[in-house]
Design a protein around this ligand. Sequence first.
Ligand SMILES: Nc1ncnc2c1ncn2[C@@H]1O[C@H](COP(=O)(O)OP(=O)(O)OP(=O)(O)O)[C@@H](O)[C@H]1O
Length: 191
Amino acid sequence: MAVGYDAFDDPYSYKGTTTLKNKLGLRDASLLEAFELEMTALRAREPLPRGKFDAAHYRRTHHHLFQDVYSWAGKYRTVRTAKGGNPFCYPEYIDSEMTKLFATLPAAMSATDSEHFISEAAQFLGELNAIHPFREGNGRSQLAFMAMLGDESGFPLDFSRVKRRTFMPAMIASYARELILLRAELRSLLR
Ligand SMILES: Nc1ncnc2c1ncn2[C@@H]1O[C@H](COP(=O)(O)OP(=O)(O)OP(=O)(O)O)[C@@H](O)[C@H]1O
């Protein structure tokens, strides 16, 4: 939220604004931000959707968190987006890139030591961020999903300890395939 998208020709926003069309019809960006925060925090406290740790499971996770706010919750975006000048996957390739990426997850889930898990998890999270499948809500979906992945793999991660000041630069570095910082961040969250 804090870092806005560079979106192009955006049908997701009310005409002439950068406020995303939303279920309440809020046109004020700060009101929408507050509503979004509140609802996603409430939904995050409920049990998250169970699944096979595939792309459909990830879409259900986003839907769960954002179902009260956006009609397109759980649906891949149809527009190009970027952050800080970093373009994310073009919409026409999102579906196939997600399927390819999630096919690599068994490597993380079968890790037998924490360092192997951290290495696979950082690689996966960096790629997932580079795809950035949703118009909004990628960061929150990433963390919710990674928490489930850690639990399922036997290496639980405590995302309540995330420090945005260091986590965000680690995510940005991962976009350039530099994973040292992100590995250190994830390692520091191991329970
Ligand atoms: N310049 C950048 N390059 C690559 N990734 C970035 C950049 N800036 C932010 N990100 C990542 O984008 C994700 C946030 O995406 P998005 O804004 O869709 O999610 P959100 O859930 O709405 O926001 P937040 O994660 O801030 O709560 C985070 O993982 C963040 O680290």
